[in-house]
Design a binder for this molecule. Sequence first.
Ligand code: HEC
Length: 130
Amino acid sequence: MKKSILVLTTAAAMLTIVGCGSKDNAGGEKVTYAKTSAEVYTQSCYKCHGDKAQGMTEKKTPPMNDRQAGELELDLYDVKNEGTNQSSGTDHDKMAHNMKKLFEKGFDYDPKSMAMYIEKNFYINPHKKK
Ligand code: HEC
């Protein structure tokens, strides 16, 4: 009897650990997001960054279609990190501030998949002639 209770509690404890999706991705574990990167982009980011990630002068946004996923991922990661952390080492104060609001609205995303989404759909290869 005692043993089965112990087994049950252990199982329950494990379920709790697995069940509550940690937002901290430092361990590289899978985090589940409410929206896909495509949804987040087409419902939110495009408003300031343009529907082709080309950047918008009136919103003072830089283009994001000029980099490939690997590089973009780092910038997305920076911006995301600054939105959740207090620290601000880069010049992305504005975006970090936006990000905080966007998180509250559920527009959270995985930097890697967002970078891949942007590259796949919007990247313009500067070496390719039109
Ligand atoms: C309310 C307008 C607004 C929205 C919405 C917005 N951004 Fe931004 N973003 C900005 C502005 C302004 C900058 C430039 C200033 C800065 O970097 O802080 C910027 C900068 C960035 C940068 C840095 C660009 C670079 O060249 O490194 C990234 C990455 C970025 N945004 C990603 C996103 C993503 C992803 C979303 C959607 C989740 C998003 N932004 C939604 C206004 C916005």
